[in-house]
Design a protein around this ligand. Structure first.
Ligand code: PGA
Length: 253
């Protein structure tokens, strides 16, 4: 796992954006896995600003709320449209976001995973992390071999998301999410985390045991993971000087 620590969120986002931009230039037909939430917002803004060519890129979003129509302002369909898709030249049919209104969740999930395989698999999976270590909406205790399915959110996650729904009472309980096993099949995972409130989850993910109680820790078993952090998110890492030294002294091979 490569851990890249930058002084600020802006600096970490800029380095991550350069990485994504390079992939899109080298592989115009790249397949990206995309997250929602506050964390990737500046990254999406930066990618928009870079005016990249998205025409042949394919995307698969990680998750969506069950029971929410794509038009609902708090849906991840709306989020992605507002914050990324409407600003870039992506081909609409290449966008995939789980359907929260499907009447057949298991069937939908099976088909979505098949679509990922048919697209050649995910080249780069962008990820955030929850304060409890969730990745996608794979809450603590999720199977580390899980596939795409419906999940029930913890009270903590519902509280974190309540703002978009006008309060806890309306905050959804259920989501469709790629599983940890699905995420682990991406060829490269790029995880972003910012702020002190993520420090504990990051310390567990990078330096703790692999455990379903911090589902993102499964990434320790993935062959290619890059983690972009600001100083506060990195503050509980024991091997911080080592990670910094590696980044600053990388041989140009
Ligand atoms: P956030 O959410 O980016 O809004 O902090 C991350 C997550 O829940 O995965």
């Amino acid at each position: 796992m490569e851990v890249i620590i930058q002084p600020t969120q802006e600096a970490a986002t800029a380095v991550a954006a350069q990485f994504v931009a390079q992939l899109l230039r080298e592989k115009p037909r790249a397949v990206l896995g995309l997250p929602t939430g506050n964390t990737p917002l500046p990254l999406y803004r930066e990618l928009v600003r870079m005016k990249l060519d998205w025409h042949r890129v394919t995307t698969f979003n990680l998750d969506e709320y069950v029971g929410l129509s794509p038009q609902h302002p708090a849906s991840y369909h709306s989020f992605m449209h507002e914050n990324l898709f409407r600003h870039i030249n992506i081909t609409r049919k290449n966008i995939h976001i789980p359907d929260g209104m499907t009447g057949n969740i298991p069937g939908f999930c099976e088909k979505y995973e098949q679509q990922i395989r048919d697209a050649g698999g995910i080249d780069l999976q962008l990820l955030g992390i929850g304060v409890d270590g969730h990745s996608g909406f794979n809450e603590p205790s999720s199977s580390l071999a899980s596939r795409m399915r419906m999940k029930t959110l913890t009270a903590r996650t519902r509280r974190d998301n309540a703002k978009g729904f006008g309060g806890m009472a309306q905050s959804p309980h259920h989501v469709i999410t790629m599983g940890i096993g699905t995420i682990m099949e991406a060829r490269h995972c790029l995880l972003l985390a910012f702020g002190r409130k993520k420090a504990k989850a990051i310390a567990g993910m990078v330096e703790g045991p692999v455990t379903a109680m911090n589902p993102a820790s499964a990434l320790q078993l993935h062959p290619k993971v890059t983690v972009y952090l600001d100083e506060p998110a990195a503050s509980r890492l024991k091997m911080k000087p080592y990670y910094r030294w590696i980044f600053e002294n990388k041989p140009s091979l």
